[in-house]
Ligand binder design. Structure first.
Ligand code: NAP
Length: 231
């Protein structure tokens, strides 16, 4: 049985980003979505993964606006003005690895913890955007040490939480989702404009998958096409 009810209320985390904004647009136009709220670093209730305490404060501030049947977390970083993804082992450095672990793994995992109370216990889905390059089994090219490792850590945190939720939140699916290559701020330095598809297409694909999720899918790593990816 499909988990997403009709109507449903949605929360998009990272709604200032390319994919986050596109999810906001898609959900605002969807007649089954009765309300969608977006949060980010500069929203009324800010969430900033460089200040991990903001996660619990933001979740607490949203309690009066809950429950949500769908939460999508789109926050993630690949590069900053200080560094680009590592090409070789000699580029590996603690500052970059720690920053990406905080933003791509620890922040999203604490979000799962603190935002779980905002989910509808009857029927709900929480999707966190991961990346196929975080798949250990699928790693053929090497490089991108910090990004790959932070997404692999995120995947393990999601899988582990999903095992607990199968007992404690049996009507909620917890999912790691790969959006495919999307033309965005994040992919821009890597020919994202040429090889990435537009964000509206990507979120449309991902929403088709989300709409069809069942509780048995909880704890899986799913691609925008619906394909189950190896961890
Ligand atoms: N684009 C792709 O090809 C691709 C491929 C695979 C996976 N993904 C994943 O998809 C997700 C969305 O990526 P995107 O392409 O939409 O990237 P984007 O346009 O760069 O958006 C990134 C989002 O993350 C937020 N963010 C960055 N640092 C943060 C922090 N410290 N605290 C809170 N929020 C922070 C940004 O907020 P600000 O606006 O405040 O900076 C923005 O909302 C990411 O998880 C990414 O890893 C993307």
């Amino acid at each position: 049985m499909k988990l997403l009810p009709n109507p449903f209320r949605a929360l998009v985390i990272g709604s200032s980003g390319t994919i986050g904004m596109a999810f906001m647009d898609l959900l605002k136009k969807n007649p089954s979505c009765s309300e969608v709220i977006g949060i980010h670093r500069r929203s009324e209730f800010p969430i900033d993964y460089q200040n991990l305490e903001s996660i619990e404060s933001c979740a607490n501030a949203l309690i009066p606006l809950s429950p949500f049947q769908l939460i999508i977390n789109t926050v993630g970083v690949l590069h900053t003005s200080n560094w680009m993804p590592e090409k070789r082992l000699d580029d590996l450095n603690a500052e970059q690895l720690i920053a990406l672990m905080n933003i791509n793994a620890i922040g999203p995992a604490l979000t799962i913890r603190h935002f779980s109370k905002l989910l509808d216990p009857q029927n709900s889905i929480m999707v966190t955007l991961s990346a196929k390059v975080g798949s250990i089994e699928d790693n053929r090219l090497g490089g991108w040490f910090s990004y790959r490792s932070s997404k692999a850590a995120l995947n393990m945190l999601i899988k582990t939480a999903s095992i607990e939720w199968a007992r404690t939140k049996p009507n909620t699916a917890l999912i790691a989702m790969h959006p495919g290559t999307v033309n965005s701020r994040l992919s821009k330095p890597f020919r994202g404009e040429q090889i990435g598809r537009p964000a509206d297409q990507a979120v449309n694909d991902m929403f088709q998958v989300i709409q069809n999720l069942q509780k048995e899918d909880s704890g899986s790593f799913v691609s925008y096409s619906g394909e189950k990816l190896p961890w």
